[in-house]
Design a protein around this ligand. Structure first.
Ligand SMILES: NC(=O)c1ccc[n+]([C@@H]2O[C@H](COP(=O)([O-])OP(=O)(O)OC[C@H]3O[C@@H](n4cnc5c(N)ncnc54)[C@H](O)[C@@H]3O)[C@@H](O)[C@H]2O)c1
Length: 375
């Protein structure tokens, strides 16, 4: 048995391990065997990780006796499309996919959502294994079972809950991640500290004091820097632990899971108004977290120092909290009302009371929002 300490998501349909470790992918063949998976493997990756990750992984799996089919989708959000999904179905069905087979989703959140959705539907659902290769996918997208694609009318409008049987995050894969993508992932990590783990937040502050995270921490990172890789892996694991806990307590987003949307109300509005692709999601989340903290301060829920401490940590990880220039505050407010999560025309705000705790409020006056997103 593989024995390193691991996190476990427990949901209605069963439980699954979430492994975060440097070099974790090496253990994939044995872990698949332990899960009793003996069918063919449908390895989906994106162009950015095909050569560095997918090909060596496929070779390792074949050496262990697995039949492996590989498919690479173009990098980027446009791959989460009905057309790309149809191509995946064609590939799998023409290759005689069987119910005992498994899809391996190796890549960022785009691959995880797309391949996960294909696995949820093909032959009425087959196993999916999530193998995240971006910081954002490791701490967020790969855990929790949300899968889906975009529609011309909006993001993530077609989807399904389909929990993976295993999540394996190999932090070494982050070596090749562009620094901007890494920074965007940090926003979600910091978010977990604010919503539920003050200790994680403090540790992130400590790490910021000893290393620069607004760019790649060192040219040899992480492959030749074991200490740094160790810190990073430990931090990612703690961030994932927050998501694992929340998802285990509220699989279908009927209660607590909504706190994961901290910063996302304004973030979605800003993303919509600037056009998807201008800002990375994590960059928009940083802006949204700052606005939410300012709202909390204005409501007397949190102290000014809390918002400032959050702003400083975001800055230390290379994240700006400034609204994009030229964005009309009225348009931002109007966009928050169109958000998917709005119920009965009330925006449900996730607001911090201190580092490590949030509350839900649906009675925030528009004037306060206007003030929080103003200059
Ligand atoms: N299912 C969920 O719960 C959930 C949660 C959050 C976000 N998401 C979704 O996740 C997506 C965003 O995920 P993302 O930020 O990972 O984006 P992404 O998948 O587009 O990856 C970002 C970029 O990094 C590249 N890349 C990936 N891994 C790499 C590596 N190791 N080295 C070099 N380049 C690499 C990709 O090709 C891409 O260009 C969105 O579609 C979002 O809707 C889903």
């Amino acid at each position: 048995m593989t024995t390193d300490t691991q996190l476990t998501v427990t949901v209605a349909g069963g439980s699954y391990p979430v492994v975060v470790a440097a070099g974790a992918l090496v253990s994939l063949p044995i872990r698949l065997m332990e899960l009793g998976l003996r069918g063919a493997l449908w390895l989906v990756s994106d162009a950015a990780v095909t050569q560095s990750c997918s090909e060596p992984l496929a070779a390792r799996l074949r050496a262990a006796g697995f039949t492996v089919h590989t498919y690479s989708v173009p990098s980027g959000e446009t791959s989460k499309s009905p057309a790309q999904l149809a191509r995946l179905y064609d590939w799998m069905l023409s290759g005689s996919v069987e119910r005992r087979d498994a899809v391996l989703a190796l890549g960022g959140g785009v691959v995880g959502d797309l391949a996960g959705f294909a696995a949820a539907n093909i032959l009425r659902g087959i196993t999916v294994i999530q193998l995240p290769t971006t910081l954002l996918a490791m701490v967020d997208a790969a855990v929790g079972g949300k899968t889906g694609i975009n529609h011309a009318l909006g993001k993530n409008l077609i989807g399904a809950f389909h929990q993976p049987r295993l999540v394996l995050a190999d932090t070494i894969t982050l070596t090749t991640l562009p620094p901007r993508e890494l920074r965007a992932g940090w926003a979600e990590v910091i978010k977990y500290g604010v919503i539920s783990d003050a200790g994680l937040f403090t540790d992130l502050e400590g790490l910021a004091a000893t290393h620069r995270w607004d760019a790649r921490p060192s040219s040899s990172w992480p492959a030749q820097d074991e200490e740094l890789t160790g810190h990073l892996t430990a931090i990612i694991k703690r961030a994932v632990a927050v998501k694992v806990g929340v998802v285990s307590r509220d699989e279908r987003e009927q209660g607590e899971r909504v706190i994961l949307n901290y910063g996302h109300t304004i973030a979605h509005a800003v993303e919509t108004l600037t056009g998807y692709g201008t800002l990375l999601h994590g960059e928009a989340v940083a802006i949204g977290m700052h606005a939410a903290a300012r709202i909390a301060v204005a409501l007397g829920l949190a102290e000014v120092g809390m918002a400032e401490r959050q702003r400083r940590l975001l800055a230390a990880y290379g994240l700006s909290v400034a609204m994009p220039a030229g964005l009309d505050p009225e348009a931002v407010i109007a966009a928050t009302l169109r958000d998917k999560k709005v119920q009965a025309k009330q925006v449900r705000w996730v607001l911090p009371t201190k580092i490590g705790a949030v509350v839900l409020r649906d009675d925030v006056p528009e004037a306060l929002v206007r003030q929080a997103i103003g200059a």
